[in-house]
Design a protein. Structure first.
Length: 518
């Protein structure tokens, strides 16, 4: 079904009303296709101030008598204002339209019509008004058909796009759906090059006229109910042309349909998210028949027989209770915007993403987009099969712990995790806690003991370099280190002692960044 667009009233339609006796004296090529939106008789100076684009001005030229400069200046003024044509009444002040005005009109590309003395200006105005009223009546009569047509769009693959395109056809205007921040979600036709957010600065909620850079139109909220969460806007605009009288009514009739489309889309998205979240939970729990789980994953666009990789997004420790939910919503928008096939859910108070077809590491640009509001991102290893999913998630948790401790780069790949961090990450904190407390307690019982050991390890067991970093004499540092060796009961050059200290410091650092509980 195709909704027929209303035929706009054109200058040629006015000329074809032969009973008016209008004679075109200047009619540039294509001028007959100019839209006529109204007629106004004006005899004052600077008449363009009182005219809207696409209107026809009528005058007897009373103020132009004896003033050739004013006669020559009028066409350029009207053309600059987008006036459709000038109707000049002859037989009163002028027997014929003055030549300076005709010459200037030809140069400016402004149509000029001679209005005979027998035709009152009111008859021209009435003829145009009847024609416009008839045209708008036809549009109104089509409105119920249009509404049915738009409702049918709910069954199309892209209902919002279909609605917008059909509105643009009916209104003979550019139509756009704007997100709350002014971003264009969908459009049909050319739009102002400077963008549209400035149109929505007015806090008034209802439909209103808008204008920007020569563009004029109407904007109306998509949600008729102010309590509706849908804060989008529907806008119809035309360049150098006022909106028709019915533009507002047509947009207000279409807005609830777009709101319904938005609610339908959100319902479908919510259902899809719930299915994906449930599937991910089953994969992590290792429950369900393997073939059935693989089939469900395939239905979500995730082939478990192809490479998959897990990401873990850890909210900032200072985030409120809704921090994870916000992080999950933003991650979904980011991944959907990239067209990434994925599952998304929660695990141990964090957000888990399972990327399908992840044969290569996610690029830094994606990780940067996911690491918002202080979140840390861990990247697990890739592999195939349900068992790989669980292992990759564990990998990503370990990497996220390390990323949380690194303020410079808030993401970490498991492949880049060092052996000490890996060992600490794989062992439950309570299993290591007694040994860690014993080692670090021995250091802390000696003044400056912890700083001395850290400098010693950081400088690869070079006492001279470590002493310089601590602003100590080398012999002073050697004395401290010997006392610490006694406290630990082993040589500080013994590989086992060195490994113990490195692991103890790593475990302490990890514990300070809230490793999630299993």
């Amino acid at each position: 079904m195709t909704a027929a667009a209303p035929t706009a009233y054109r200058l040629r339609d006015l000329l074809e009303q032969h009973e008016l006796g209008l004679e075109p004296l200047v009619l540039p090529d294509g001028a007959g296709d100019r839209r006529v939106s109204g007629v106004h008789a004006i005899e004052t100076a600077q008449p363009a101030r009182w005219l809207a684009p696409d209107w026809v001005m009528l005058t007897t030229g009373v103020r132009l008598v004896g003033d050739e400069a004013a006669q020559a200046a009028l066409p350029a003024e009207l053309a600059a204002a987008g006036v459709a044509a000038l109707g000049f009444g002859v037989g009163l002040d002028f027997d014929a339209v003055p030549a300076p005005l005709l010459d200037a009109a030809a140069d400016a590309g402004l149509p000029v019509l001679a209005v005979p003395l027998r035709t009152p200006f009111r008859d021209v105005e009435a003829a145009v008004h009847r024609a416009l009223a008839s045209s708008e009546l036809r549009t109104l009569q089509r409105l119920s058909s249009l509404q049915r047509y738009l409702v049918d769009a709910l069954h199309s693959v892209e209902p919002q796009r279909t609605v917008v395109r059909r509105l643009a056809t009916v209104l003979e205007a550019s139509v756009a759906v704007l997100a709350p921040d002014g971003r264009v979600e969908e459009s049909a036709g050319a739009l102002p090059p400077d963008g549209l957010p400035a149109l929505l600065v007015d806090p008034v909620r209802g439909a209103r006229d808008v204008a920007t850079g020569g563009w004029r139109g109407v904007a109306t909220p998509v949600a008729a109910d102010p309590d509706d969460a849908d804060d989008r806007w529907l806008v119809a605009l035309a360049h150098d042309r006022a909106p028709s009288r019915l533009t507002r009514a047509v947009l207000q009739a279409a807005a609830p349909l777009l709101a319904a489309v938005g609610r339908l889309d959100e319902t479908l998205r919510a259902q899809d998210r719930a299915l994906r979240r449930g599937l991910l939970e089953d994969l992590l729990a290792g429950t369900g028949d393997a073939q059935e789980v693989a089939a469900r994953a395939a239905a979500c666009g995730v082939d478990l027989h192809a490479p998959v990789r897990a990401l873990v997004l850890a909210p900032d420790g200072a985030a409120d209770a809704g921090g994870r939910e916000r992080l999950e919503r933003r991650a979904a928008r980011t991944l959907d915007g990239r067209g990434a096939r994925h599952l998304l859910g929660g695990h141990r108070g964090r957000v888990v993403v399972l990327l399908a077809g992840a044969g290569e590491d996610p690029d830094d640009a994606l990780l940067r987009e996911l690491a918002v509001d202080g979140a840390a991102v861990g990247v697990g290893r890739t592999g195939t099969g349900a068992a790989t999913v669980r292992q990759s998630v564990e990998d990503a948790h370990v990497a996220a712990d390390l990323a949380a401790a690194d303020a410079a780069v808030p993401w970490r790949r498991y492949a880049d995790v060092g052996l000490p961090a890996l060992l600490v990450g794989e062992v439950p904190p309570d299993r290591m806690a007694p040994q860690v407390a014993a080692v670090l307690g021995a250091l802390d019982r000696r003044p400056g003991g912890r700083e001395a050991i850290r400098a010693y390890l950081d400088h690869e067991l070079d006492v001279t370099a470590a002493a310089a970093a601590l602003h100590l004499h080398p012999n002073s540092l050697r004395y401290r280190l010997s006392r610490l060796a006694d406290a630990l009961g082993s040589s500080l050059r013994d590989p086992t002692t060195i490994a113990t200290l490195v692991l103890a410091f790593e475990a302490e650092r990890r514990a300070g960044h809230g490793r999630p509980r299993a």
